[in-house]
Design a protein. Structure first.
Ligand code: ZN
Ligand code: ZN
Length: 296
């Protein structure tokens, strides 16, 4: 009975681990499919606008841009998942144990500065930033570039999708700001279940809503991480006002994206070796908190 229970729990845990990746993939593919449909079939949407119909070259340019962004999102995401940021298989060196090094009782080893243990991945991660629940993997020294590039193209793709879906909002609100149109935009699921709208109207409203919400979320994440990168901090270090590992904005960017930082975001295949090893870091400030001063 207990064996059956532990097996079932193992399966549920595995399903929960992969569920966010599956849901994200479905959402990205649905949004891409919808904007491709808008370009190929619905541009322009109104029959009286036929004179201004998009040319084949313009449609091809849109499709090319869409699939360039989709390719970058999926490629960066798969390289992010394939590139383990953990200490497994990394020679940490016994002689480097010094300031900033800690002992991890779970991994039973000394770990370098900026490394910390992830209880979801169950391993210590080099220059650990955070555990990404959307990918089910930690963001660390070796896969930060792919994480940031994926975020950048998700932001650009969602911005494009929001602009393309402006037409959908216009069509829905054409009848005026009625209870029906507001409900369709705010709670499309309820309108579908209650039989108030067709599945087609629901699909367009749902995807348009997802694009707006997704864009705001991804924009917040992206700009937060760009600010952290420029400051030479990880998400865990952001809580502290001290920036002992900051080497200046440009050097901080190189530390995260590598030598070809200005080019590597265009394609994940462009090699951009990282200047450090994720174990040793140049320290430019005090690692210890400043001693608190008693106010007079
Ligand atoms: Zn550990
Ligand atoms: Zn983790």
């Amino acid at each position: 009975m207990s064996v059956f229970g532990s097996r079932a729990r193992g399966r549920v845990e595995r399903a929960c681990h992969y569920l966010p990746v599956v849901v994200n993939t479905l959402l990205v593919l649905s949004i891409t499919g919808e904007v491709s449909y808008l370009v190929l079939v619905e541009a322009p949407r109104e029959p009286e606008q036929k004179a201004g119909e998009w040319s084949a070259v313009w449609k091809a340019a849109h499709l090319l841009l869409q699939y360039f962004m989709l390719g970058n999102i999926t490629w960066n995401a798969s390289l992010f998942l394939k590139t383990s940021p953990s200490i497994r298989g990394v020679f940490l060196g016994g002689d480097g144990v010094g300031q900033g090094w800690r002992y991890c009782y779970t991994c039973e080893t000394h770990t370098p500065p900026r490394c910390s243990h992830c209880y979801d991945c169950n391993v210590c991660v080099l220059r650990r930033d955070h555990h990404c629940v959307f990918f089910g993997q930690c963001v660390g020294f070796r896969n930060y570039r792919y994480f940031l590039s994926c975020l950048l193209f998700m932001w650009a793709g969602l911005l494009y999708a929001v602009v393309m879906n402006a037409e959908v909002f216009i069509v829905i609100l054409k009848e005026g700001v009625t209870l029906h149109s507001v409900m369709l935009l705010m709670v499309p699921w309820i309108m579908l279940v209650s039989g108030q709208v067709t599945a087609r109207a629901f699909a367009f409203a749902f995807i348009a809503d997802t694009c707006v919400v997704g864009f705001l979320l991804v924009a917040a994440f992206l700009f937060f991480h760009i600010a952290l990168m420029l400051r030479g901090q990880t998400t865990r270090e952001w809580y502290s006002s001290r920036r002992p590992y900051s080497l200046g904005p440009l050097a901080n960017v190189k530390e995260c994206l590598g030598q070809r930082w200005y080019l590597c975001w265009l394609c994940p295949l462009i090699p951009s070796p990282l200047p450090g090893d994720g174990i040793h870091f140049r320290v430019t400030g005090s690692l210890e908190p400043a001693s608190s001063t008693v106010s007079q």
